[in-house]
Design a binder for this molecule. Structure first.
Ligand SMILES: C[S@@+](CC[C@H](N)C(=O)[O-])C[C@H]1O[C@@H](n2cnc3c(N)ncnc32)[C@H](O)[C@@H]1O
Length: 388
């Protein structure tokens, strides 16, 4: 089949799945998955309780009560799923994680299902990668294999330092003040030049073929057999399986994503504890997402800074991190007398390159779609980072 015919075939497939409106199908998937929640006589009352806890920033009270979870998903997952779907479509670097053969997306704090629905819907658009381009696709991504690379940790305590780049005076003050907050153990250090890439790393970045190892060759072979398989790991500190189980079933049925295309895994545990199992997942992930969870984690500044340092150290070179959160005061981070947005600390990490940044953008739900509840427009910031 020539490329034009292939494109037409892909469009037919997309139409077959989504019908007239992808947005409406996404909402229908969430609605169908959450039908039991809508039938709850206490739905409105529970939603009010959840909102009150949010207002008080008492996140544990929202999520540690199993009765809240179905109501939370029914209310918040639809607009988020739409937003994440469009975000993936807008950014080729994100779509690439759905197109280039087996890949793993680790979604922190994703129990409510928004990431599952949004990313799965984006997968429907994923282009087939011609076999001949396979090698190039993996070569485009100068990712070191965790097993053989210098980023692997023998013990997480070894990597407790965060280096910030650029010599930004305000961040310099922030890092000074971090010490006064008991964050001095993080050993934040400022440099005016980025010395992360040694000569070998720099040459491998510009000449990716040089980084090809036995492991990546094996991966490429596997990719030919099992193209486009995406594993979404839904990490959360609460067991969301009563919601995620039915949602996965509906996603697979409505979006025509069989296990050969989509694998769903869950990982339960407080991310701040960074278990050995989670660390291993980080070392293998092509993309790590923090969607509307980072500012909750920053309630505990010291542990979250430590977590970020360990995650960045453990990420394979070339892997990406996607951070989306409120663009408003919910994402403020007070350090000493100063207030920063949470992304400012990430922006200055020496080992992360900013691939895309937007400090405030709106996702507005289209007026033409229908859902049993009013859909919320979302003002949020976006960061896509690449591990150097
Ligand atoms: C505001 S919700 C966002 C859910 C989802 N990411 C989305 O965009 O719709 C925050 C999520 O993070 C989870 N969470 C909160 N604190 C956590 C922690 N310390 N470790 C892991 N998950 C956590 C909650 O259970 C909840 O699912």
């Amino acid at each position: 089949m020539d490329d034009r015919k292939k494109a037409t075939a892909a469009e037919v497939d997309i139409k077959k799945v989504f019908g007239r409106s992808a947005d409406q199908l996404i909402l229908n998937v969430v609605k169908e998955s959450c039908q039991d929640a809508f039938n709850l006589p206490s739905f409105t009352e529970t939603l009010q309780t959840i909102k009150t806890h949010f207002y008080d920033r008492n996140y544990d009270a929202v999520f540690q009560n199993p009765a809240h979870l179905p109501v939370y998903s029914a209310r918040y997952a639809p607009s988020r799923a739409l937003c994440y779907y469009h975000l993936f479509l807008e950014h080729p670097v994100l779509m690439k994680t759905l197109e280039g053969g087996p890949s793993t997306i680790l979604c922190i704090g994703s129990g409510a299902g928004s990431e599952l629905v949004g990313i799965a819907a984006a997968m429907v658009h994923a282009n087939p990668v011609p076999k001949t381009k396979k090698k190039k696709a993996s070569a485009d991504k100068p990712k070191k294999d965790a097993k053989g690379s210098d980023v692997i940790l023998t013990g997480v305590e070894e990597q407790d330092s965060i280096s910030v780049k650029g010599g930004d005076p305000s961040l310099e003050r922030a890092t000074d003040e971090a010490g006064t907050l008991g964050m001095e153990n993080l050993n934040l250090s400022l440099t005016t030049t980025d010395t992360t890439l040694n000569t070998a790393d720099a040459s491998s970045a510009s000449s990716p073929i040089a980084t090809t190892t036995t492991t990546t060759t094996t991966k490429a072979k596997k990719a030919r057999i099992n193209r486009h398989q995406v594993t979404i790991v839904m990490q959360d500190y609460v067991d969301w399986s009563p919601i995620l189980g039915p949602m996965e079933t509906v996603v697979r049925a409505r979006m025509q994503l069989g296990p050969e295309r989509l694998r769903c895994e869950t990982e339960i545990g407080n991310v701040l504890d960074l278990s050995e199992g989670l660390l291993q997942r980080i070392q293998k992930a092509d993309l790590i997402t923090f969607m509307f969870v980072l500012n909750e984690l920053f309630q505990d500044k010291k542990r979250t800074m430590l977590l970020v340092a360990k995650i960045v150290a453990a990420m394979p070179a070339g892997a990406h991190m996607l951070v989306v959160d409120s663009a408003g005061s919910f994402s403020n981070l007070k350090v000493g007398e100063r207030t920063y947005m949470v992304y400012m600390l990430l922006d200055h990490l020496k080992d992360l390159e900013i691939v895309y940044q937007d400090d405030a953008t709106w996702y507005r739900c289209p007026p033409s779609v229908t859902y049993p509840l009013k859909l919320e427009n979302m003002r949020h910031f976006v960061r896509i980072y690449r591990k150097l």
